[in-house]
Design a protein around this ligand. Structure first.
Ligand code: GLA
Length: 383
């Protein structure tokens, strides 16, 4: 930083402190470090009890900016260059904290302790039956009434030579949302200078408990409108069919000959009308060929209009592919944009839904002494 910039920054900082109402995103702080990728912080409003929420901004020198807030360790903004180098925001969200508090369908959030559904909100572990909230019809969904998406995470910037990162940490107490054991969880968001956004998760526990973490970003690589023209290739030749409450039947069925077949690059809208269930669209878990456990390419999503392309790599065995079927034009997001039906794609790297009740699915039980880990990364290019 040049010295002559200091008075300007100090004034800006003072204005930010003085002028910041409870929900306004304010001026970013100076860079935490000098380098190709930088981290800044700014206030992002307060909870009703006064708890301050902070926004971290990661920026690289190739046109990418990622913004993450401490409420829900939520990705609120991701600017990605198109084929002309013009950055555009490719994730749904809100301009201020109020949107996240009042009406967010998990936009950008970290979800847990158990992402996705648990049938009837019940499971047994070591001979004990646990009862959870049923917050999605008859089932438990995405961590319960106050899941990891609705808590405040501790955060600190982590520096390295060619990337910038923020580590978010949360302690989920024994009994929280009905689960046994105190779980300590971290998720590190890293932006590299070669346009990769990487999420590294880890968790430990003091009692056996299910853990299945995910990120619930709503992608729209065009930045507006619906996603039916996005082209998807996924390295999955099976999926887990569901009942009418979206609980897996336990089968792992071939995608071949069904609307679930993305083993060759296919427009998301090509067969969407043939997907069984209402509202129309995809809301299914795909079984990745990698089987999980190692970082592997899971899918490639391309938007022909802007040329933006996203590769998603993960160590998880499954992806919940959801096409915003519950977006119905009633949610107004960033910059006053109304999010339409099928206005985004959610790609949740995770273990399979209801795993804790499905012996044939890979286990999500974490034991004391063990460490849960997950790496999922998104690599952006444009052509
Ligand atoms: C997940 C679920 C969907 C829906 C969204 C949130 O993707 O699978 O059914 O609940 O979360 O709206």
């Amino acid at each position: 930083m040049h010295n002559r910039a200091l008075p300007v920054l100090l004034t800006a900082g003072l204005l930010a402190i003085v002028g910041c109402a409870s929900t306004c995103p304010c001026q970013d702080s100076p860079d935490v470090k000098e380098g190709p990728v930088t981290v800044r912080t700014s206030p992002f409003g307060n909870l009703a009890d006064g708890t301050a929420i902070t926004r971290y901004t990661l920026r690289n020198s190739h046109g990418m900016t990622a913004r993450i807030i401490t409420y829900g360790a939520t990705l609120t903004e991701l600017l990605v260059p198109d084929r002309d180098g013009k950055p555009g925001d490719v994730v749904l969200g809100f301009d201020d904290l109020g949107g996240y508090l009042d009406r967010s369908p998990y936009f950008g959030a970290t979800v847990g302790r158990v992402a996705n559904r648990i049938a009837k909100g019940r499971f047994q572990l070591d001979g004990v039956e646990y009862r959870l909230a049923t917050n999605n019809g008859p089932n438990f969904l995405h961590g319960g009434l106050k899941g990891f998406d609705k808590v405040v995470w501790q955060a600190r910037a982590v520096e390295s030579p060619d990337s910038a990162a923020v580590r978010f940490s949360y302690v989920s107490r024994d009994g929280e949302e009905g689960f046994p054991g105190t779980v300590m969880v971290n998720v590190i968001y890293t932006l590299t200078n070669d346009n990769v956004l990487r999420l590294d998760y880890s968790a430990t526990t003091d009692r056996a408990t299910p853990v299945n973490l995910s990120n619930h970003t709503y992608w729209n690589l065009r930045g507006e409108g619906d996603i039916l023209g996005h082209v998807l290739w996924m390295d999955a030749d099976r999926y887990t069919p569901v009942d009418d409450t979206l609980i897996p039947t336990g089968q792992m069925a071939p995608v071949k000959g069904t609307p679930m077949d993305f083993t060759t690059a296919t427009a998301v809208g090509a067969h969407i009308q043939d997907v069984p269930g209402k509202p129309v669209g995809y809301d299914h878990n795909f079984v990745l060929k990698s089987g999980g456990g190692k970082l592997a390419l899971a899918l490639r999503l391309t938007e022909p209009g802007t040329g933006r392309q996203m590769e998603m790599w993960t160590t998880e065995p499954g992806i919940q592919f959801y096409t915003g079927n519950f977006l119905d034009g009633t949610v107004t997001g960033k910059r006053g944009v109304v999010y339409p039906f099928h206005g985004a794609i959610v790609l949740e790297a995770q273990h399979f839904p209801d795993s804790v009740n499905q012996p044939a699915f890979p286990s999500i039980v974490l034991a004391p002494g063990g460490t849960y880990t997950q790496t999922t990364l998104y690599r952006f290019t444009a052509k």
